[in-house]
Design a protein around this ligand. Structure first.
Ligand code: LLP
Length: 441
């Protein structure tokens, strides 16, 4: 399954996702609305899981990077699909646990895990904590000691691979707040430190070289560098890592400037990684590590779309045309943050050929509140239903109540059925935690 199979235009000329007519979805659930195709999510989880199973003798696990899209239902799907998860805060872990997800299959990340998050993670029986600071090693060791356990940990390393992606999502270049560099001795020193802690069991290393990366070579290079580092540590400290977590980062299709990769294509990325691991282990005489990958965007990104209703249209002669929708940076801040590009479709007139370039504006009180510029559309009219494609990753999870707008609800579609997995907010939700001190009354 790929994007083209998830989305189609039906006999009414309406856009369809997961067998549901988007105009019907908009009528039934209102807009703005996030819509996710369950079959797409499952097919992506399965392809990664099965590839590790078949081509790496099951010696590893897929961890869904839940920062891409976190709500109870996604952890329930991950549990059913037998994939683990990467959580990056107490909140993500709590959501997973609420959904009945076994914390043993969760890996906790973050460059500054809070003491209360570490303590909560241990209370939940977290599988592994990925250490990214001396303070974290101390805290996890102490908390594990208090509980009389030895906690499995990984160390986040920075192999210095520069991936071709937007600068803000590069994480493994030399200047990064993430990880310990394998090139300046800091990763080795931290390894010795962690090995000296009685209540920590160092399983191995983790790296994540960035996000929305298409070049296989970047991932392969990271594997090579990681294995070379593991071999160096084996020589220097007599410690051989058993686990290698290669992070996430596989790119997805947003516009026709991006490659359209189908499920088999993603399998190809993982196969390239596995091959690089096999070659590197041979070269450095290492045991094949337990292999983890942490795809987020590629599992949920193309599975999701956002539906909006077109409102005001402002044609500024000889300048540009703004088409405003009932959402904006509060449900999708990615243009404002990264100038990300998207593809828009008028879901109620999906067969009409695009004929003009417009800027799609949100409803927030600031000029930068755009979903995109130069989006190619048929002549939009107020009341049209606009679908923005590939919004499944880092949209809902990065949404806010800016301007006291509602974070849109989320609907999961599957073979023509649609149901809420996140219910709509109400005005009372917006003031639920507000307090007026007596002196202001
Ligand atoms: N593992 C770690 C440690 C990560 O930091 C990330 C993403 C992933 C896995 C998943 O990467 P993915 O497969 O989704 O590329 N908000 C940005 C993306 C930030 C990515 C942060 N880390 C965006 O909207 O593009």
């Amino acid at each position: 399954m790929n994007t083209r199979e998830t989305l189609k235009v039906n006999e009414k000329g309406h856009l369809e996702i997961g067998g549901c007519d988007c105009v019907d979805l908009a009528n039934k659930f209102g807009t703005p609305l996030y819509v996710f195709d369950e079959a797409y999510i499952r097919s992506m989880m399965r392809v990664y899981r099965d590839t590790i199973e078949k081509e790496y003798a099951g010696n590893g696990m897929v961890l869904y990077a839940s920062k891409a899209f976190s709500c109870e239902a996604i952890y329930a799907i991950a549990r059913q699909e037998k994939v683990g998860v990467d959580v990056v805060s107490g909140g993500e872990l709590y959501t997973a646990v609420q959904a009945g997800f076994d914390a043993k299959n969760a890996y906790m990340h973050g460059n500054n895990k809070l003491p209360r998050e570490i303590s909560y993670a241990l209370d939940c029986g977290i599988g592994t904590i990925v250490l990214d600071a001396y303070t974290e090693a101390d805290l996890v060791d102490e908390e594990a000691k208090k509980r009389g356990i030895v906690q499995d940990v990984l160390i986040r390393i920075n192999p210095g691979v520069e991936a071709h992606t937007h600068a803000y999502v590069q994480t493994a270049t030399t200047d990064s707040k993430f990880g310990f560099s394998t090139q300046d001795g800091t990763a080795q020193s931290f390894t010795s430190y962690v090995l000296s802690k009685k209540n920590l069991n160092l399983k191995g290393y983790h790296c994540h070289i960035g996000s929305q990366i298409f070049e296989k070579q970047s991932f392969v290079l990271a594997v090579e560098k990681n294995l070379r580092f593991i071999a160096q540590i084996k020589d220097a400290l007599g410690y051989e890592a058993q686990t290698l977590n290669l992070g996430g980062g596989f790119g997805i299709w947003y516009t026709d400037e991006d490659a359209k990769i189908d499920v088999n294509g993603y399998k190809g990325y993982l196969q390239a990684l596995i091959q690089a691991v096999n070659v590197g282990c041979e070269q450095y005489s290492l045991k094949k590590p337990y292999l983890l990958i942490e795809p987020g965007r590629s599992i949920v990104g193309e599975a999701g779309i956002t539906l909006y209703t077109v409102g005001a249209i402002k044609d500024i002669p000889n300048v540009k045309k703004y088409v405003a929708i009932d959402g904006g940076m509060f449900d999708n801040p990615r243009y404002a943050l990264y100038q990300s590009k998207y593809t828009a479709i008028l879901a109620n007139r999906a067969n009409e050929a695009p004929c003009e370039l417009v800027s799609v504006a949100g409803k927030c009180c600031e000029s930068g509140d755009l979903i995109g510029v130069n989006l190619n559309l048929p002549k939009a009219q107020s009341g049209d239903i606009m679908a923005i494609l590939s919004t499944g990753a880092y949209n809902y999870s990065m949404a806010s109540n800016y301007n006291r707008n509602f974070i849109p609800p989320v609907v999961l579609v599957n073979e023509g059925n649609a149901e809420y997995i996140v219910k709509p907010q109400t005005y009372s939700d917006l003031v639920r935690n507000d307090v007026i001190p007596d002196r202001l009354k």
